[in-house]
Design a binder for this molecule. Structure first.
Ligand code: ADP
Ligand code: MG
Length: 252
C-alpha cells in the first residue's frame, strides 16, 4: 500500500514543484514505483519532467470524470517515475469543482486504485489553499511543507498548519505533517541563518535536518526537462534532494 504525500504551501515560489519533482525522482531512482501528480494549472512539474503542458487526457479530465486515471498516466524518462500531468484548464477546476457535491474527494477517489501500484505518490500543489489543494490534502497521508529561508518565512506557516488541522478534523483524519523542508537556503547570509534558527525553534520536531541550498543547477534543470539528479548528479542540489528523500522515507 503506497503512501501519498502532498507538497503544499500557499506561498508561490518556495520550492514546492522543485521538491516534488526531485524527491519523486530520487525515490524512483532508488527502485520504488513512484507517481507524481501535477495539481497546478501552471504545469511546472509536468514540464520539468520533460512532458508537454497540454497533454490529453490530463488531471483536469480525471477530476471532472471525463477520463479514467489509467488513461491519463504517462511514463517519464526516469525509470519507475510516472506522471499524472496538469493542464492549463485546471485553473477552471477551481471554479467548477466547488459547485459539485463531494468534490473535495475527487482526487482521493481517482488515486485510490493506484495505491497498490505505486509505493509513493507525490502531489505537487498550487500556490493557494483553494479547492485543488484541498483535494490534494484529502487524498494525502502526509504533507511536506517547503519553506524558503527568507524574511516572512514564518508568516503564513501558522495559517497553513491551521488549515491542515481543519482538513484533518473535517475531511481526512489520516493526514499528518511529514515535515518542513528549508529551501533555497543561502548559508552565506545572516538572514538565511537567522530564519533557519527561528523556524527550527518554532517547529522543533517538524523541520527536516536536510537543508536545500540555493543552487543554480536546480533552477536550470527544468529547462532541460529533467530533475537535478540527472542534470548534474554531483551538484549540491542533487546531494540535498537525495538526503531529503532518505529522510522522508525514514520518517515513513
Ligand atoms: P513553487 O512550486 O513553490 O512555486 P518552485 O519549485 O517552482 O516553487 O521554485 C520557484 C523558482 O525557484 C523556480 O524557478 C525554481 O527553479 C527555483 N528554485 C527552487 N529551488 C531552488 C534552489 N534550491 N536553488 C535555486 N533555485 C531554486
Ligand atoms: Mg509550483
Amino acid at each position: 500500500m503506497g503512501t501519498v504525500y502532498a507538497i503544499a504551501n500557499q506561498k508561490g515560489g518556495v520550492g514546492k514543484t522543485t521538491t516534488a519533482v526531485n524527491v519523486a525522482a530520487c525515490i524512483a531512482e532508488a527502485g520504488y514505483p513512484t507517481l507524481l501528480v501535477d495539481v497546478d494549472a501552471q504545469a511546472n512539474a509536468t514540464v520539468g519532467l520533460g512532458l508537454a503542458k497540454d497533454l490529453e487526457p490530463n488531471l483536469y479530465d480525471v477530476l471532472l470524470g471525463e477520463a479514467a486515471v489509467e488513461e491519463a498516466l504517462r511514463e517519464t524518462a526516469i525509470p519507475g517515475l510516472s506522471v499524472l500531468p496538469a493542464h492549463p484548464d485546471l485553473a477552471g477546476a477551481t471554479v467548477e469543482l466547488p459547485r459539485q457535491a463531494g468534490s473535495e474527494r475527487r482526487l482521493a477517489d481517482a488515486l485510490a486504485p493506484l495505491r497498490e501500484r505505486f509505493a509513493y505518490v507525490l502531489l505537487d500543489c498550487p500556490p493557494s489553499l483553494g479547492p485543488l489543494t484541498v483535494n490534494a490534502l484529502v487524498a494525502a497521508d502526509r504533507v511536506i511543507v517547503p519553506v524558503q529561508t527568507e524574511y516572512f518565512a514564518l508568516e503564513g506557516l501558522a495559517g497553513l498548519l491551521d488549515t491542515l488541522a481543519l482538513v484533518q478534523r473535517e475531511l481526512n483524519p489520516r493526514l499528518t505533517v511529514a515535515g518542513m523542508i528549508l529551501t533555497m537556503h543561502d548559508g552565506r547570509t545572516r538572514l538565511a541563518r537567522d530564519v533557519e534558527r527561528e523556524v527550527r525553534q518554532h517547529f522543533p520536531d517538524l523541520v527536516f535536518d536536510t537543508v536545500v541550498p540555493r543552487n543554480v543547477r536546480i533552477s536550470e534543470a527544468p529547462s532541460f526537462g529533467r530533475p537535478v539528479i540527472h542534470h548534474d548528479p554531483q551538484s549540491s542540489g542533487a546531494d540535498a534532494y537525495f538526503e531529503l528523500a532518505k529522510e522522508v522515507a525514514a520518517r515513513g
